[in-house]
Design a protein. Structure first.
Length: 260
């Protein structure tokens, strides 16, 4: 099932995407809901980010090749994490599918994409074992963790390198039936595949992260966890189009514009 969030007549709603259009519902995927029988054309509404997270979590470095590429960029030896580390991102940076990534005027040329699997929490969760961890997951969507690398290296925190407005595209919907074991992440830049990796080949998987997190943190419906990326990225430029495709979920597509 594909849950899409949209705006119609100045109201934000959830619906179920189908071949015929958006099936209107009363309720949301996080509560009870009932289909109304009304079908809405996707072209007649504004598609929004699929969820406004209560808390926006981001896994630390979580793919081996990305560790190696980051080490090369910083001129250091690669150091692989010994345990799952979690960080936070800011909701102000979230934008939906097809919205523009805006590169600030004073950004350097090192603005990079990062295609990521996004886990959407559907149930309140605390003290879950690794075996039971996925029981709290509603489904998955796609994220593009846009990063300004020189700011990331120079600032004491990642407040602007990761959280500048528009730096976190997410969407286009929540897919509840996707299987992590079948997923491949492909990143297209201007129609050309520039990176491809098996999504599940994480240093620490989704279940491991959730089990560790819920020892200390209560997860709530609508929370999201971005699971990291693999490989290297190219510099983004004005006029580029970035597309993140994950098997079984879909494609997140965003143009790039340089602020003037």
């Amino acid at each position: 099932m594909r849950w899409v969030r949209y705006r119609l007549n100045n109201l934000d709603n959830y619906g179920i995407m189908s071949d015929d259009g958006i099936q209107e519902v009363c309720g949301s995927p996080f509560d009870s809901y009932e289909a109304t029988g009304i079908i809405i054309s996707p072209h007649s509404v504004d598609i929004l980010i699929p969820v406004v997270p209560r808390t926006f979590y981001a896994a630390g470095i979580n793919y081996e090749e990305h560790v190696r590429e980051a080490a090369i960029l910083l001129g250091i030896q690669p150091s692989f994490p010994s345990k799952p580390d979690i960080g936070y991102r800011a909701n102000n940076a979230l934008i939906p599918n097809d919205a523009s990534i805006i590169i600030p005027q004073d950004a350097t040329e090192k603005v990079h994409y990062e295609g990521e699997l996004v886990v959407v929490i559907g149930e309140k969760a605390k003290h879950l074992s690794e075996d039971d961890a996925l029981s709290c997951v509603l489904g998955y969507t796609i994220g593009n963790d846009v990063s300004e690398r020189n700011w990331q290296a120079s600032d004491r925190t990642m407040w602007r390198s990761k959280n500048t407005d528009t730096f976190k595209p997410m969407g286009p919907w929540i897919e509840t039936e996707a299987n992590i074991d079948d997923m491949v992440t492909k990143i297209h830049l201007n129609g050309v595949i520039v990176n491809e990796f098996v999504t599940k080949n994480m240093i620490f998987g989704v279940a491991k992260y959730i089990s560790i997190m819920t020892r200390y943190i209560t997860l709530y419906p609508g929370d999201v966890i971005w699971m990291g990326t693999d490989g290297a990225s190219e510099d983004l430029q004005d006029g580029d189009l970035v597309e993140i495709e994950i098997t079984g979920i879909g494609t997140l597509r965003n143009p790039v514009t340089k602020e003037r």
